[in-house]
Design a protein around this ligand. Structure first.
Ligand code: ATR
Length: 262
């Protein structure tokens, strides 16, 4: 039996766990997918054992950067400075493709504001550069992390770091707003109202449950892409890398689980 899993901390019952296990069962693939919890203290000492004994892994918060020390990153992953998928000791970044492919039929108009400076934000920035955007406004609660991202992407595009407190003002000058933080996951509100976003052409919210931000975008008729689309498209890339992808069955399983939740 093949073994796959998601390295994470703290523990959560991931969407990956639910969808991938249903998918393996329906597709007749002899495999399991587990949530694997390692504390940040255990991580460096124990992760190599998991890499050696699993057929494929995903990596999520807070290890997408730390894992780089334990795998050989492919070019995309090293440019993103983040790995979220492992196969045969190679580190891949499928988040950037998840973002990119979820926008295949949607026009991403600049100027753009990207909120967040974690692993997902880096992957999105990389995808935006690939789409040809040369200038991206970046805002993060911890400004030092935004400045580090700016430095790491200095060869790819111009990152303009904005103050987190100026979110409302910065939004006035952009057409696309991308939330790459977890704000909204537990119903938290941005300090924004519909008038602050009504001029936008696109809201992208990486949170996969229905958030107040998505609700506001819907209310004013703005195109809104959510974390479910993001998750689906990055998951497809993981399955392709692990060589266990069957499009039709996977899409059915995704819709079954996500449909039951919404
Ligand atoms: P991921 O891999 O999902 O990007 P991460 O690397 O832990 O996860 O990054 C989480 C991002 O969400 C960070 O930009 C974080 O801001 P800080 O760098 O200041 O920690 C942001 N974030 C999470 N919760 C937040 C909150 N309540 N308010 C503002 N930003 C938040």
């Amino acid at each position: 039996m093949k073994k796959f899993g998601l390295l994470q901390y703290p523990e959560k019952m991931s969407l990956s766990n639910r969808v991938f296990n249903l998918y393996f069962a329906k597709a007749g693939i002899d495999a399991t997918y587990e949530d694997i919890v390692l504390t940040p203290q255990q991580f460096d000492e124990e992760v190599d054992n998991y890499i050696a004994s699993y057929d494929g892994l995903n990596v999520t918060v807070p290890f997408k950067g730390q894992i780089l020390r334990h795998v050989t990153p492919v070019e995309d992953a090293s440019k993103c400075h983040a790995v979220n998928c492992i196969f045969q000791r190679k580190g891949y970044n499928t988040d950037w493709l998840g973002f990119y492919n979820s926008l295949a039929s949607i026009n991403v108009e600049g100027p753009l504001l990207l909120l967040g400076a974690g692993g997902v934000s880096r992957a999105i920035l990389y995808a935006l550069c690939k789409m040809g955007h040369k200038e991206i406004h970046l805002c993060n609660r911890t400004v030092e992390k935004a400045l580090q991202v700016k430095e790491d992407f200095s060869k790819e595009c111009e990152v303009i770091v904005e103050s987190f407190g100026d979110l409302k003002d910065v939004l006035k000058g952009v057409r696309t707003f991308i939330n790459a933080t977890s704000i909204g996951m537990f119903g938290e509100l941005f300090d924004l109202n519909v008038d602050d976003i009504s001029h936008l052409s696109l809201v992208y919210d990486v949170v996969y449950n229905y958030t107040p931000l998505q609700e506001m975008a819907k209310e004013v008729g703005i195109t809104c892409v959510d974390g479910k689309a993001f998750w689906y498209h990055q998951a497809v890339e993981n399955l392709k890398i692990w060589d266990v992808y069957e499009e039709k069955i996977f899409t059915e399983c995704f819709e079954q689980i996500v449909g039951a939740e919404s």
